[in-house]
Design a protein around this ligand. Structure first.
Ligand SMILES: *[C@@H]1O[C@H](CO)[C@@H](O)[C@H](O)[C@H]1NC(C)=O
Ligand SMILES: *[C@@H]1O[C@H](CO)[C@@H](O)[C@H](O)[C@H]1NC(C)=O
Ligand SMILES: *[C@@H]1O[C@H](CO)[C@@H](O)[C@H](O)[C@H]1NC(C)=O
Ligand SMILES: *[C@@H]1O[C@H](CO)[C@@H](O)[C@H](O)[C@H]1NC(C)=O
Ligand SMILES: *[C@@H]1O[C@H](CO)[C@@H](O)[C@H](O)[C@H]1NC(C)=O
Ligand SMILES: *[C@@H]1O[C@H](CO)[C@@H](O)[C@H](O)[C@H]1NC(C)=O
Ligand SMILES: *[C@@H]1O[C@H](CO)[C@@H](O)[C@H](O)[C@H]1NC(C)=O
Ligand SMILES: *[C@@H]1O[C@H](CO)[C@@H](O)[C@H](O)[C@H]1NC(C)=O
Ligand SMILES: *[C@@H]1O[C@H](CO)[C@@H](O)[C@H](O)[C@H]1NC(C)=O
Ligand SMILES: *[C@@H]1O[C@H](CO)[C@@H](O)[C@H](O)[C@H]1NC(C)=O
Length: 444
């Protein structure tokens, strides 16, 4: 069927010379490398060299760069590493805390946290520090210190808010992606620096997340969050793959740091079980239940399952015994992703719903789709990833426990921005329109 499809497309598009189709064999390295190169190329179509960002909300750039760091870890192909390192540094901000002035008014704890994790990955992968500039580890520490300073007892008995500034919509919301990001950063820094202070911080965030039932210890469901006005008594019970994933990886880092403590092993297995039962379908294909069933995923949400795959990869690296359980799910998902990366005029544009119609393109496309396909496909290479290092095992990125501590972001500028969060929607609409014109031109 796939073959037929390719031939058909070939006949239809032979004049365009951009015909391709890729089938993926997760057991064949060259096939996986080919898949990675194909989806990376699609992802880089959204990259703007002038601003060192991808065309999307700012956090997505941080996540894509983390994905590309993982590519290097898995393939040792350093072709894009110059661009990756340059882009991370270009976004580190005037105060070395991933809160650049031109993003500050939009910045949420989740955005800053996701960038912090990208810095952390560079440290764990031993990307060389620039000796005369901030270290990778210090970037992650600055983010962690600033986020933990925002701990807020005025409602819900603690936790950090979604947004940082009072004038941003979402300031009155506490959620799992923000708190989960802080939990994961603290867990990674605990392992990286062997400093118990970070374990205490991780435990504080975990205990709080459980105390307000954002994490349900019976099912290990991870819910989205709650408005502060209700004192976290009324939970928004949406579940998103990356929130479960962000906590899952945090427990895996603590499991590894504690040499396999039963406590963190139990939480890790609970979250893993939940992940495999809830975010994969019966054919072991990853999906986002909350929006894929209704085909209503927005520009951000299409990238979430890629982040879950990234966190599953960490879990396998830090708790190798889980590989046997997790890998069949990633193999099935990588195959499905490749089949669904068969859209657009280049015929290798990735779709969003890989469970749709036996792995054919579902008509969706975007940066999130490319990122998700990249992370899922490359995660099958996890056993050959470079080890996630700590200072004890040879990492050289310098720790600075005080990073970010004298940076008190202080704004009282009236609500003016936020409206520009609409521009991505506009662009999507514009692209859709152009794409429609293009399709009409092709077919008629
Ligand atoms: C789904 O696709 C695979 C591979 O292309 C093919 O072998 C299989 O028969 C298809 N199944 C259905 C139900 O179309
Ligand atoms: C390395 O990555 C570049 C850029 O993505 C790609 O063009 C090249 O084919 C890759 N090399 C291999 C051996 O896959
Ligand atoms: C290292 O950082 C310094 C100070 O920011 C900068 O001037 C220099 O170009 C950087 N070196 C490299 C190799 O990036
Ligand atoms: C918040 O409350 C906890 C106890 O619930 C306490 O340990 C902590 O010091 C308080 N933090 C602040 C910033 O008041
Ligand atoms: C909010 O909930 C916490 C328990 O989570 C409780 O200790 C506190 O008194 C409540 N505050 C208000 C204002 O209801
Ligand atoms: C883990 O084991 C190593 C080697 O046995 C030991 O040096 C280290 O202190 C242990 N770490 C913890 C947190 O128990
Ligand atoms: C995993 O989840 C399933 C269904 O949710 C449950 O039946 C099973 O007992 C769980 N296994 C473990 C090890 O928690
Ligand atoms: C911790 O991670 C390393 C790889 O980074 C792995 O070799 C080791 O077995 C892990 N420890 C445990 C307890 O699984
Ligand atoms: C551990 O981290 C804490 C908090 O960041 C810091 O105050 C302390 O100096 C660190 N200890 C060491 C030995 O680095
Ligand atoms: C923030 O700025 C205001 C006005 O400039 C000042 O009064 C306040 O002390 C500052 N707060 C912090 C925490 O620096």
């Amino acid at each position: 069927m796939k073959y037929y499809d390719c031939v058909y497309i070939w006949v239809l598009f032979f004049l365009l010379k951009s015909v391709a189709c890729f089938d993926l064999d997760p057991n064949d390295k060259d096939s996986v490398y080919n898949g990675i190169n194909t989806v990376t190329k699609g992802m880089l179509n959204y990259y703007q060299p002038s601003s060192h960002t991808f065309t999307a909300y700012w956090w997505m750039t941080g996540s894509c760069l983390n994905g590309m760091l993982n590519t290097y870890s898995g393939t040792k192909n350093n072709s894009n590493m110059g661009m990756v390192v340059e882009s991370i540094l270009a976004n580190k901000g005037e105060e070395d805390d991933f809160a650049p002035n031109n993003e500050k008014f939009n910045l949420g704890n989740d955005d800053q946290g996701i960038w912090g994790m990208t810095g952390m990955s560079a440290a764990e992968m031993n990307i060389k520090d620039n000796e005369s500039d901030v270290s990778w580890a210090a970037l992650a520490q600055a983010v962690t210190n600033e986020m933990s300073e925002r701990w807020d007892n005025s409602s819900c008995n603690g936790g950090i808010r979604w947004q940082i500034y009072t004038f941003n919509q979402g300031y009155n919301y506490k959620n799992t992606i923000s708190n989960g990001a802080l939990f994961q950063l603290a867990s990674r820094l605990a392992r990286y620096t062997q400093n118990e202070t970070y374990v205490e911080l991780a435990r504080k965030v975990w205990d709080w997340s459980v105390s307000v039932n954002f994490i349900d210890l019976d099912s290990y469901a991870v819910y989205d969050g709650s408005k502060t006005e209700t004192n976290c008594s009324t939970i928004t019970n949406e579940q998103w793959s990356y929130t479960t994933g962000v906590y899952l990886a945090g427990t895996a880092f603590l499991y590894n740091y504690t040499n396999g403590s039963t406590e963190w092993k139990g939480h890790m297995e609970g979250l893993l079980n939940r992940t495999l039962n809830y975010y994969f379908n019966k054919d072991k294909i990853i999906y986002e239940p909350n929006c894929e069933m209704s085909n209503t995923c927005n520009y951000d949400q299409t990238g979430f399952k890629g982040m879950l795959a990234r966190y599953l990869s960490y879990t396998m690296q830090l708790a190798p015994y889980t590989t046997e359980t997790i890998m069949p799910y990633l193999h099935a998902s990588a195959k499905a992703a490749a089949l669904a990366c068969s859209g657009g005029y280049d015929r290798v544009t990735c779709g969003n719903r890989w469970t749709w119609n036996n792995g054919t393109w579902d008509g969706n496309y975007g940066l999130g789709e490319q990122l998700s396909a990249l992370e899922v496909i490359q995660s099958v290479l996890t056993p050959q990833y470079s080890p996630l290092l700590s200072l004890k095992t040879g990492a050289r990125s310098k720790s600075d426990p005080t990073a970010g501590q004298d940076t008190h972001v202080n704004f009282s500028i009236p609500a003016a921005t936020k409206s520009d969060k609409g521009w991505a929607g506009f662009l999507t609409a514009l692209f859709s329109f152009l794409f429609l014109l293009f399709s009409l031109w092709l077919f008629f």
